[in-house]
Structures are given as C-alpha cells and as structure tokens.
Design a protein around this ligand. Structure first.
Ligand SMILES: Nc1nc2c(c(=O)[nH]1)N[C@H]1C(S)=C(S)[C@@H](COP(=O)(O)O)O[C@H]1N2
Ligand SMILES: [Mo]
Length: 255
C-alpha cells in the first residue's frame, strides 16, 4: 500500500468514527430526554390535567407566544353557501342529555359576576342583528367540514347588553344548562368578529343534537370549544373550567 491510499483510508475511518460517535451521542441524548420527560411528574389536576409538568409548561409558553399574533383583524376563510355540507356531522353529545332539559323553559343565564346575573329568552337573542358564516369547522379528532351557521355575533351581543366592563376580564366561560360540558375562552378569541352565538344551521333552527336552542360557533378554535346548548355565560380573570382541558387537551385549542 502506498502512502496516498493509506491516508485516504485513514480519512474514511476517521469520518466513519465521527459519524457513528455523533449518532451515538445524539441517540443517547434523545433517549435521555425522552426518559426524563417520561419519568417527570404529571401536573396536579386542576383546570388542566394529565400532562407531564415540563410538557404543560411548554404548552403554556407556546400559548403565550401564539397569543401575541392573535388579531381580530385576521379572519378565518369563508366559503360560498353552495359549498356548505347538507348532512352536517354530529360529533359528541356531552351535556345534551334529555333529563332536566325542557326547550320551552330554556333561558340563557348571563353572569356578569357571581351576584350580578340576568336571564334572556330566545326571542331576546333573535331580536339582535343576525350574522351568518360558512367556514371549515375543524375537530381535533381529525375531521373537518364546511358548515353554514347563523346567529348573533358575540361582540354584537356584548355591545347590546353593555357588557364592555366584563370584557376587560381575561376569560369567558360557557356551560350547558346541566353543567356537564363547559368551555373556557380567552377574551380575544371570544370577541373575534366571527365568534357567533348560533341558533340556525343551513337556514333552519338548530336541531337538538347540534345544540338547540343556542350554541357557540367560534371558528378560531377547534370543535371542542364550540359548545352546544349554552346555558350560562360568565366572565372571569381566572381560567374557567374546561371539559377537555381537564381531560388533558390543550386549554387554548386555537387554530
Ligand atoms: N355540549 C356539548 N358541546 C360540544 C360537544 C359535546 O360533547 N357537548 N362536543 C364538541 C366537539 S368535540 C365538537 S367537534 C363539536 C361538534 O359539533 P357538531 O356535533 O354540531 O358537529 O361540538 C363541540 N361541542
Ligand atoms: Mo371535536
């Protein structure tokens, strides 16, 4: 073997060694990181639950980061009416149980604070300006569908009932009349111009499986936040309870 081939072979050996060493170190680090996350404690169950503490911290940081870019001027894409699904998917029905619910007696409870509460009937809500929206509704479970909804924009509702003071708080909470399904929304998303208290789907009154008489349509969020059959709306500076966040899903669930 002459001098030249020798150095080439040495070079190849050296490079192979460096490649394998790098690979070994990085795999070790990845495995160590995974093990660290796997063995780190779960967060204490509260408003959110079931995530490992470092993961939840990361999710909360991501939320703060993305909320910087949220703007009421960024609109979700809308579609012409003929694109809207005629057979609208029904997903999950928590809080829509028949017991204890009589559509004739339904009232919307608006809690400005714990001891300042007023109640509204459907005719009060139908008297407000009606807005429609056709958009791509997205469920975290992996399906989406272009749907057509109509009702009163949440900001128009706020303006009509002079709830501007309440909107200085951080969050809006909504729950079903039997309190079995509930969502918490950051104020900016609730006040987004496409957020609607909906009472019609495809130009007809809501059916009960879609949340009659009144449901939330909030296109800047995943389906889980689009509460069906609203019973109570409340305002707070602390994160309100949220059904799916308690079961481990992301609290923000923004799109
Ligand atoms: N009261 C109530 N609202 C709810 C739910 C529910 O189980 N109960 N499921 C949510 C989920 S996960 C989705 S995807 C949408 C589905 O709405 P739809 O059944 O009208 O398609 O409703 C949301 N609102
Ligand atoms: Mo969903």
């Amino acid at each position: 073997m002459d001098q030249k081939t020798n150095t080439v072979e040495q070079k190849i050996k050296r490079r192979s060694f460096i490649s394998f060493a790098t690979f070994a170190v990085l795999s070790g680090a990845a495995f160590g990181g995974w093990k660290w996350l796997y063995n780190s404690p779960k967060e204490e169950a509260g408003i959110t639950a079931r995530a490992r503490v470092p993961l939840r911290k990361a999710m909360n940081k991501t939320e703060v980061f993305f909320r910087n870019f949220f703007s009421g001027n960024h609109l979700v894409k809308t579609y012409p009416k003929d694109r809207a699904a005629q057979k609208v998917r029904v997903n999950s029905m928590i809080g829509l149980e028949k017991e204890g619910f009589n559509p004739e007696e339904w009232e919307l409870t608006v809690a400005k604070s714990k001891d300042d509460v007023f109640k509204l009937k459907m005719e009060d809500i139908r008297a407000l300006p009606k807005t429609e929206i056709i958009f791509d509704f997205k469920c975290v479970e992996g399906w989406d569908q272009i749907q057509h909804w109509a009702g009163v924009r949440f900001i128009d509702f706020i303006a009509h009932y002079q709830l501007e003071n309440e909107t200085r708080m951080q969050y809006v909470g909504m729950k079903t009349p039997n309190s079995k399904y509930y969502v918490g929304l950051d104020m900016a998303s609730a006040l987004h111009p496409q957020t609607i208290l909906a009472y019609e789907m495809n130009d007809k009154p809501l059916t009960s499986e879609h949340g009659a008489p009144l449901r939330l349509i909030i296109p800047v969020k995943y389906g889980i936040k689009n509460l069906k059959r609203i019973g109570t709306i409340s305002f707070s500076d602390k994160r309100p309870g949220d059904f799916w966040a308690r079961h481990g899903y992301d609290y923000y669930s923004g799109l």
